[in-house]
Structure formats: structure tokens, C-alpha cells
Design a protein around this ligand. Structure first.
Ligand code: TYM
Length: 410
């Protein structure tokens, strides 16, 4: 078994069946659940060791900037994208003028996406502009039917709604193909054939180890990881790539890494390059960084469809405060930015480093109160949501159809 499946750095967490065991004091991160043992959230350095990925360090960012001839996106600069696999090889291909594509996705579990989803999709949009390359976006409506209390029809419909949220992030229709598994897998036999090639390489024992499946897991779930792996094989998209074997780069949050550890193990065995990955941290739930923001937990979540009033109420009512219990104490001791959710959210959305630093200084010294910090967050996020909703409202069924039609991309 390759190093992608067996964690060679910290293999104390693997049992004899290669099952990743979480010790009690460890964070739990898989594609369906994220729970941290600490109030400040997941320990990402430990996660890098456990998953066997590589840290995005200053040297890599410097190379990135040199290769693309411009500063990197603030999500990279601020360390939200903190881990990678084989990014160097993608940068080298770019330097050499060799092709590659981007691949990302969404599992439609709610009709609106949430602000946390903007993290991978914003970076994808930036990467598409910078690299001028094709992007494929998978809507795993099948995954959500299998894992959630949703019918085939419901998750398919949510996928179409989510596609509008994705398009509103500004993707170029000439370079982007969005597909629903329920539709596309029946449209192109090349996809299904590749899926079977992958399924033939992975045993039940391996997916038990990677995903924690057991004897009572429904068979649809057991087979599903191959569906998310298949877009990594460029020949699954004959309209875009023909029969050419082209590698891809996958931006996603680190919860999706188990799928791609499995995929990276399989690829060389069926004659394809391993996919490269860029992993981001989790946008935390409103109640605190112990869990990630999740579309199926309405109270922990700011949806892209929330009205300014809903946004204001949610932040004022639920956003966990790192401030002190009384104004007097707060003025004396100051607030804790590491715990404060409003400050943490600002780190994602406030692009001006100096302004953010000034807010941190004032909040930590007690000069700024929790209510005032929340107001800054509300004033920052309201225009983001309003603008998104305005753009989304203009996305007609025809535009959606254009993005979702299998076709040649520029
Ligand atoms: P899903 O719908 O859970 O999430 C979509 C993308 O958003 C990331 N994400 C988050 N990022 C930051 N903070 C959060 N709180 C947060 N919650 C989710 C996810 O990591 C993902 O990148 N199975 C996938 C769909 C999929 C996919 C892919 C994702 C299919 N192919 C390829 C990434 C790459 C899913 O259910 O994602």
C-alpha cells in the first residue's frame, strides 16, 4: 500500500487493518464530521502529520508568486490554505506550459450554500483566472441521497440550486463544466467505465480503514468513494479532454482528503497521474471552532441566502464571543481573538491586513467591545451576501444549462 494510504509519519494511529484510529484527545476529521477537542479548533499541524500531507510554507508561497508573477490570494497568504499534496508538480507544469485542470465539488445537502463554502470556491475562481485552465465541478447529489434523509429528487434539485450559488462566484462559462452525478454518469459511458476501473482497485477493507465503514453500511456508501475519485481521470470528460490523460489540482477543505488519499493510491495503478491537492481549514460554526460550519445545521450556519436581518440576528445571537463577561472586565483584560468567532470570520472576509490587525489590537486590549466587533462583522458580511444574492438572481435556467452541458471548454 502506498504512502498516501498508510500514514508513514505517525502510524501509531493506524491499526493492523489500516484503520485510522482517533485517540480521545485528537480531533476528528472526515468528510461527514469535524469535531475538535479544543476551543480554538482543529490542530492543523497535527492533522498534516496524521494525513501525511505537506505544509504550505513561505518557500512554497514564494515559488507560487514567482511562477505566476503576482501576489497569491489572501486565503493562501493568511494560511487558510495550509496543506497540499504535489503542488510543486502543478507549478512546474505551469512553468513548462503543460496542461492541467482544476477539479472541485459540492454535496448538495441544503438548497443554499453557506459562507464557509465560499472559501474553496473563491480560491478556485482565483486559480482559474491565474492559470487560465478548465475547471470541473462535481455535484454529488448521489452522495447526499445516501448519507442524508433526502430522496433522489430532493438532492438532485438542491444540486441545481447550489450550482447557481457556485456560478454566482464568478466562474467563466467558457472554462467551467458543472455536472450532477445523477445526470452526467448516465450521459457519458467514459465516466462509468473509469468508475469501475477505480472500484476494481479498492477493497472493502481499505474503504473500511479510510472511511470507517462497517458491516452495516449500505452498499451505496461503500461504492461511493469511487464516484468522487472518477473526475480525477481526465478521460471521464471526453468532451473536454478527449482521450488525453491530464493531471488535476483539487482545492477543497481538508475533510475531503480521505477520498483523494484513496484516489492517489489507485491512479498510478491504472496509468494516471496522482491528483495534486490544496487543503483549506474549516470556517467554524457560529457557536465556536470546535465544529465546522455545516449546511445541515441551520443554527450554526450563515447561508448565502440569509437576509441582512437574519444575518444580523444570527451573529448577535449565536456568534461565540471571546470577550469578558462584563464591560469593566473586558476593558481591563481585553478579548481573546483566538476564540472569538466574529474575529475569526473577519480573518476570512476582511482583505485589508492593516485594518484587521488594528481590530485585533483594539479587541485584545479591551478598547473594542464584543457588540462593536459583531457590528464590524455584520457590516463586512452584509454586502458580500447582498452582492451574491443579486448576481444569483440573474442566473437563468439557460445560463445554468450552459454551465451544465457537456461540451468542449476553452
Ligand atoms: P461539501 O458540500 O461538504 O463542501 C463543498 C466544499 O466546501 C468545503 N467545506 C468547507 N470549507 C470551509 N469551511 C467549512 N465549514 C466547509 N464545509 C465544507 C468542502 O471541503 C468542499 O471543498 N463530497 C463533497 C463534494 C465533492 C468535492 C469534490 C469537494 C465532490 N467532489 C472534489 C471537493 C473536491 C462534499 O460533500 O462537499
Amino acid at each position: 500500500m502506498s504512502g498516501d494510504l498508510v500514514n508513514n509519519v505517525n502510524n501509531v494511529s493506524l491499526d493492523e487493518n489500516h484503520v485510522l484510529k482517533n485517540r480521545k484527545d485528537e480531533d476528528h476529521v472526515d468528510p461527514w464530521n469535524v469535531v475538535s477537542s479544543s476551543d480554538t479548533g482543529v490542530d492543523y499541524d497535527k492533522l498534516i502529520l496524521r494525513f501525511g500531507s505537506s505544509k504550505i510554507d513561505d518557500e512554497l508561497l514564494a515559488r507560487f508568486e514567482k511562477v505566476i508573477g503576482q501576489p497569491v490570494h489572501h486565503l493562501l497568504r493568511r494560511g487558510f490554505f495550509f496543506s497540499h499534496r504535489d503542488l510543486h508538480s502543478i507549478l512546474t507544469r505551469y512553468e513548462q506550459g503543460k496542461p492541467f485542470y482544476l477539479y472541485t465539488g459540492r454535496g448538495p445537502s441544503s438548497s443554499s450554500m453557506h459562507v464557509g463554502h465560499l472559501i474553496p470556491f473563491s480560491l478556485c475562481k482565483w486559480l482559474q483566472d491565474v492559470f487560465n485552465c478548465p475547471l470541473v465541478i462535481q455535484l454529488t447529489d448521489d452522495e447526499k441521497t445516501l448519507w442524508k434523509d433526502l430522496t433522489v429528487e430532493e438532492s438532485y434539485k438542491m444540486g441545481l440550486e447550489n450550482a447557481k450559488d457556485i456560478i454566482a462566484c464568478g466562474f467563466d462559462v467558457n472554462k467551467t463544466f458543472i455536472f450532477s452525478d445523477f445526470t452526467y454518469i448516465g450521459q457519458r459511458p467514459e465516466f462509468y467505465r473509469n468508475m469501475i476501473r477505480i472500484q476494481k482497485c479498492v477493497t472493502f477493507n481499505q474503504v473500511k480503514g479510510i472511511f470507517g465503514f462497517d458491516d452495516s453500511t449500505v452498499i451505496g456508501k461503500i461504492a461511493f468513494p469511487a464516484v468522487q475519485a472518477t473526475p480525477v481521470l481526465s478521460t471521464s470528460f471526453p468532451d473536454i479532454f478527449g482521450v488525453k490523460k491530464i493531471p488535476c489540482l483539487i482545492p477543497c477543505a481538508i475533510d475531503q482528503d480521505p477520498y483523494f488519499r484513496m484516489t492517489r493510491d489507485v491512479c498510478p495503478r491504472i496509468g494516471f497521474d496522482k491528483p495534486a491537492l490544496l487543503h483549506c481549514k474549516f470556517f467554524p460554526a457560529l457557536q465556536g471552532a470546535k465544529t465546522k460550519m455545516s449546511a445541515s445545521e441551520a443554527n450554526s450556519t450563515i447561508y448565502m441566502s440569509d437576509t441582512p436581518k437574519q444575518l444580523k440576528n444570527k451573529i448577535n445571537k449565536h456568534a461565540f464571543s471571546g470577550g469578558q463577561t462584563t464591560v469593566e472586565e473586558h476593558r481591563k483584560l481585553g478579548g481573546n481573538c483566538d476564540l472569538d468567532i466574529s474575529y475569526q470570520y473577519l480573518r476570512f472576509f476582511m482583505e485589508d491586513d492593516n485594518e484587521l490587525e488594528e481590530i485585533k489590537r483594539k479587541y485584545s486590549s479591551g478598547e473594542l467591545l464584543t457588540g462593536e466587533l459583531k457590528k464590524i462583522l455584520i457590516d463586512t458580511l452584509t454586502p458580500v451576501l447582498t452582492r451574491h444574492q443579486e448576481i444569483r438572481a440573474k442566473i437563468t435556467d439557460e445560463i445554468l444549462q450552459n454551465f451544465m452541458t457537456p461540451r468542449k471548454l476553452c
